[in-house]
Design a protein around this ligand. Sequence first.
Ligand SMILES: CC(C)(COP(=O)(O)OP(=O)(O)OC[C@H]1O[C@@H](n2cnc3c(N)ncnc32)[C@H](O)[C@@H]1OP(=O)(O)O)[C@@H](O)C(=O)NCCC(=O)NCCS
Length: 159
Amino acid sequence: MNLQRETAADHSAIRTVVVDAFDQTDEADLVEALRAGGDLAISLVAMDGDAVRGHISLSVLKSPDATLALAPVSVAKSCQGRGIGSMLIREALIQARTIGFKMIFVLGDPDYYCRFGFSVETAVDFPCDYAGPHFMALQLTEQSVEVARVEYAQAFSNL
Ligand SMILES: CC(C)(COP(=O)(O)OP(=O)(O)OC[C@H]1O[C@@H](n2cnc3c(N)ncnc32)[C@H](O)[C@@H]1OP(=O)(O)O)[C@@H](O)C(=O)NCCC(=O)NCCS
């Protein structure tokens, strides 16, 4: 499995994988709206030969400064449980740190995301519409992150 940044040639295959993973089109529409809005900071595909099997997107948050939202991450149903999702998340974290982002927020299952270092405790001081037991964050640097309301890119308000 090869991890690569998305190119325009991957857009339609990404849509197919995201719809397959979620059994609905909302998350694929979200990826496309983030892309169209210029908010997709990191978008990686997991390639098996020339076939896209997985995808992850991280979008820039309006606030706090230099932070990202991880969503969605998708692996084609027939390929789930083989470590592809984990590979995509780990690589996305490396790229986010390299670019200089300070923190990543995610809304998901703590049992899954805790293994990558996300925790509810790290997010708890940050007010957000999604705050709660599934709202987590991972700090990428030792620099402190200003505590501010977590505001997602415009595309999320269409969900
Ligand atoms: C969630 C998802 C991306 C994981 O990718 P994957 O390649 O199947 O996962 P991996 O093989 O890297 O990891 C498998 C582990 O994740 C766990 N896992 C998979 N989906 C999970 C979920 N929705 N919640 C909690 N744990 C989950 C599995 O139980 C397994 O745990 P184990 O290692 O303790 O056995 C993939 O299953 C998927 O696309 N699911 C549908 C879409 C979705 O729910 N995306 C996440 C929310 S944005």
